[in-house]
Design a protein around this ligand. Structure first.
Ligand code: SF4
Length: 113
């Protein structure tokens, strides 16, 4: 099985061709090792929605990524979320940061608990 994937780790947006041969995952088209890792994760479904909170005065607003991101990007996204501040209450679904940490996912306000 082959899968075409666009690497979202940086602005080059390399087109990756990922294929499983036995136990091995072959990635072609990546210009650097990050693309190799990203291609493997995307192919294997090793991606997650990142959740967190951003400050709004004394309150905290629940947020999440709009789509799943590579597990290897979770720490970077979490750090980026900590830097986000909101000056007034916002509705669920509002985009706070587009393409957060160049993952291709937006940071949006989530529904909360
Ligand atoms: S493979 Fe490397 S150079 Fe290409 S988009 Fe991914 S991170 Fe950027």
């Amino acid at each position: 099985m082959q899968k075409e994937i666009i690497c979202t780790e940086c602005a080059n947006r390399c087109h990756l061709l990922v294929e499983q041969q036995g136990d091995e995952i072959i990635v072609k088209g990546n210009r650097c090792p990050r693309g190799l890792k990203s291609g493997r994760e995307e192919f294997l479904g090793e991606r997650v929605i990142v959740h967190g909170f951003v400050r709004c005065g004394e309150d905290k607003i629940p947020v999440q990524t709009s789509t799943a991101v590579a597990k290897g990007m979770v720490y970077k996204v979490t750090l980026a979320i900590k830097r986000v501040r909101v000056s007034e209450p916002v509705e669920a679904g509002t985009v706070l940061v587009e393409n957060i940490s160049s993952t291709g996912a937006d940071l949006i306000v989530s529904e909360g608990e």
